[in-house]
Design a protein around this ligand. Structure first.
Ligand code: ADP
Length: 568
C-alpha cells in the first residue's frame, strides 16, 4: 500500500489529485476494486465516511456539494454498488448540486466482449444519461487530468453530477512518482463568475419597476450561490416582497418583513411581474401557468443556464449569469431605475400573511390525543426557534409539506429536503453530510415511510457519533396508516403503526425516545440536541392523520374501474 520513493500507483494518484483540489472527504462504501482507495485516502488524512448502502453515500456527497459549493465525492465499488450510487448521482444532477461519483469497474477486455467478469457492467454508458458528464480513465497517467476535468464539470455553469469510472487495473497500476506528481492538477477558479449584459439588467429592472404587484422568487440556486449579502441588499433596497422556495428558506430569515411565504398562493396568484432568482419554473411552481399564476404575469429570470429561459413561459427579461454578479448589478441599477412597490400590494400581502399566521398559531395550539402532524411539528418548531443554527433535513409526504410551512428557517442553507424530484430516501445521507461538513447539530424530520428508505444509516450516524437527531413522525403508513384492507393482508399504504423506530438507535449505541405528546417531544428533542450525539425519536401519531400524496393529491391519478376483489 505504501509506494516506494520512485513508484506510486493509481490509488495514491487519485488521493493526491483530490487533495490538491481541497477535497478532504469521501462518502462511500468499500468493495472490489476500491477498498484500498478508501484506505489510502484515510492514511493520507482524508475523512472517509463509510455507509451501509451506496445510495446514501451518494446522497451525502450531493448534500456536501450543496452545503460547501465544492463537489462532494462518493466512492462506489463495481457493478451493483455502482448502480446503487446512480440514483443519487441523477438526483444531484436534477437538483443542480455538484457531485462526483468515482467508481471502480471491472476488466474492460472482459466486459466489452461480454465474457462474464465479476460484477461486469458497461458502467460508463450506464451512467451517461443520469449525469451531467461521464468520463473513464483508461491510463493511470491520466488520473490527475480526469479528476480536474470532473471537478471543473461538476462545479462550473449549472452544477451537477459527474461520473468518473476507474477500472481496477488502472487503480492498481504503478507509475513513476515524479510523473504522478507532475500530473496532479489544481483547478483554478472552478466556477468562474459570469457577468450579465448591462442591457439585460436594465430590461429586468424595467419589468419590475413598471409592475403594480412585483414579486421575487428565491430558489435553491440562490441559496447555493452564496449571494446572501447581495440578495438581502437588493431585496431590501427594492422593497419587493419575496417568496422562498423550500431550500431557499433562511436565505433571508423567514421572519423578514418582506417574506410572503405565509401568503404564497396570494403572492403567486396576483403578482404581475416575477423575478425568479435561481428557481426553475417547473412543477414546483406550477410551470408558471394560470390559474395558479396570474395570466398577465411577466417573468424575469436569473439563471446561469440560459437554456432554462422560456422552458415553460415566455421570459420577458432573461438574465444569464451567476447570481452574485447579476443581483449585485440589479442592486447597482436601482440607482437609475428605482423600484417603488405600490403600498396596496404590500398591504394586501401583509393582511393575508397575518390571517394565515393566526390560523397557523391556532392549529399549533391544539392538543389532540393521539398527536397529529401539526402538534408534533409545533413542538419541534418551538425547540428549533431557540436553536436556529440547527440544520434541518426533511422528507416524507405530509411530514414534508407541513414541516416546510411550520418550521421557519433563520439562516441560509440550513434546510435540505426532497428537492426537485420529491425523492424519498435522501434523509440519512443528507443528515450525515450536514453533520460532517458543518460540525453542527442536525434534526432530520422524517415520515415513517420515508425513513425506511435509508434507516440503516442510523448505524453510520452512531458509528461516527454524529450530532444527528432523527424525528420520525409515525402515523403507521405511506401518507397515513388507517386504510382498511380489502383482504387479509395489510392495505398497500399501511405500515406498522406500533413500530418502535427508536430501538434502531439503541441497537447501535445511540439514544432512543418514544413520545406521544408534544411536551414529551419537546423534552426529548431538547435533551438530544444538548447531548450532541445520535438519537432517534419515534413520535406516535394518529394513524388517521395525513392525506394521500400530501399536497400533491392532484398529481395522483385514481382508479375509476370497479375495485378488484382481494383474492388469495
Ligand atoms: P427550486 O427548486 O428551489 O425552485 P431549482 O433547483 O428549480 O430551485 O433552480 C435552481 C436554478 O439555479 C437552476 O436553474 C440552476 O441553473 C440555477 N443556478 C444554480 N447555481 C447558480 C448560480 N451560481 N448562478 C445562477 N444560477 C444558478
Amino acid at each position: 500500500m505504501t509506494p516506494s520513493a520512485d513508484l506510486t500507483d493509481g490509488f495514491h494518484f487519485v488521493v493526491d489529485a483530490l487533495q490538491a483540489n481541497d477535497i478532504d472527504t469521501i462518502y462511500g462504501l468499500v468493495g472490489i476494486p476500491i477498498t484500498d482507495l478508501a484506505r489510502v485516502a484515510q492514511a493520507r488524512g482524508m475523512r472517509f465516511i463509510g455507509f451501509r448502502q451506496e445510495t446514501s453515500a451518494g446522497n451525502a456527497a450531493a448534500a456536501a456539494g450543496f452545503l460547501t459549493g465544492r463537489p462532494g465525492v462518493c466512492l462506489t465499488p463495481s457493478g451493483p454498488g455502482f448502480l446503487n450510487g446512480l440514483p443519487a448521482l441523477a438526483n444531484a444532477t436534477t437538483n443542480c448540486f455538484p457531485m462526483i461519483q468515482i467508481s471502480g469497474s471491472s476488466n474492460r477486455a472482459l466486459v466489452d466482449l461480454q465474457r462474464g467478469d465479476y460484477q461486469d457492467l458497461d458502467q460508463l454508458n450506464a451512467a451517461r444519461p443520469f449525469a451531467k458528464a461521464a468520463f473513464r480513465v483508461d491510463r493511470v497517467e491520466d488520473i490527475g487530468l480526469a479528476v480536474a476535468r470532473a471537478i471543473r464539470t461538476a462545479a462550473s455553469g449549472r452544477p451537477g453530477g459527474v461520473y468518473l469510472d476507474i477500472p481496477g487495473a488502472v487503480l492498481g497500476q504503478a507509475l513513476a512518482a515524479g510523473a504522478a506528481a507532475a500530473g496532479v492538477w489544481r483547478v483554478v477558479d472552478p466556477a468562474p463568475r459570469q457577468l450579465p449584459a448591462p442591457e439585460a439588467v436594465d430590461r429586468a429592472l424595467d419589468v419590475v419597476a413598471q409592475a403594480r404587484r412585483p414579486l421575487i422568487v428565491l430558489g435553491k440556486g440562490a441559496a447555493y450561490a452564496r449571494a446572501d449579502a447581495e440578495i438581502r441588499d437588493f431585496v431590501e433596497a427594492s422593497g419587493i416582497p419575496f417568496l422562498p422556495m423550500s431550500m431557499a428558506k433562511g436565505l433571508l430569515p423567514d421572519s423578514h418583513r418582506q417574506s410572503v411565504a405565509a401568503a404564497r398562493s396570494l403572492a403567486i396568484g396576483r403578482a404581475d411581474a416575477v423575478l425568479l432568482v435561481g428557481a426553475r419554473l417547473n412543477w414546483l411552481l406550477g410551470h408558471g401557468d394560470s390559474p395558479q399564476w396570474s395570466p398577465d404575469a411577466k417573468f424575469a429570470q436569473v439563471d446561469i443556464a440560459a437554456s432554462e429561459f422560456d422552458s415553460n413561459q415566455p421570459i420577458a427579461a432573461p438574465l444569464a449569469g451567476d447570481i452574485t454578479s447579476v443581483v449585485a448589478a440589479l442592486r447597482a441599477g436601482l440607482a437609475t431605475r428605482p423600484v417603488d412597490v405600490p403600498r396596496e400590494w404590500i398591504d394586501e400581502l401583509a393582511d393575508r400573511r397575518a390571517t394565515n399566521d393566526a390560523k397557523m398559531r391556532q392549529r399549533l395550539a391544539e392538543n389532540p390525543h393521539p398527536m397529529r402532524f401539526y402538534n408534533a411539528l409545533g413542538a419541534i418548531r418551538s425547540v428549533l426557534q431557540s436553536n436556529p443554527d440547527v440544520y434541518v433535513v426533511n422528507e416524507g409526504a405530509n411530514a414534508l409539506d407541513l414541516a416546510r410551512n411550520v418550521i421557519d428557517m433563520e439562516l441560509p442553507r440550513h434546510r435540505l429536503d426532497t428537492g426537485t424530484w420529491g425523492v424519498m430516501g435522501i434523509g440519512m445521507g443528507y443528515a450525515i453530510a450536514a453533520a460532517v461538513e458543518t460540525g453542527k447539530p442536525v434534526v432530520a424530520i422524517e415520515g415513517d415511510s420515508a425513513f425506511g428508505f435509508s434507516g440503516m444509516e442510523v448505524e453510520t450516524i452512531c458509528r461516527y457519533r454524529l450530532p444527528v437527531t432523527v424525528v420520525i413522525l409515525n402515523n403507521g403508513g405511506v401518507y397515513r396508516g388507517d386504510e382498511k384492507p380489502t383482504g387479509a393482508r395489510p392495505a398497500p399504504t399501511v405500515l406498522n403503526a406500533a413500530s418502535r423506530h427508536e430501538l434502531i438507535a439503541e441497537a447501535f449505541g445511540g439514544k432512543g425516545y418514544h413520545v406521544s405528546t408534544p411536551d414529551e417531544l419537546r423534552a426529548a428533542l431538547t435533551e438530544s440536541l444538548a447531548s450532541n450525539g445520535p438519537s432517534v425519536i419515534d413520535c406516535a401519531l394518529d394513524p388517521a392523520a395525513g392525506v394521500e400524496s400530501g399536497h400533491l393529491a392532484g398529481l395522483n391519478p385514481t382508479s375509476t374501474a370497479t375495485p378488484v376483489s382481494a383474492g388469495g
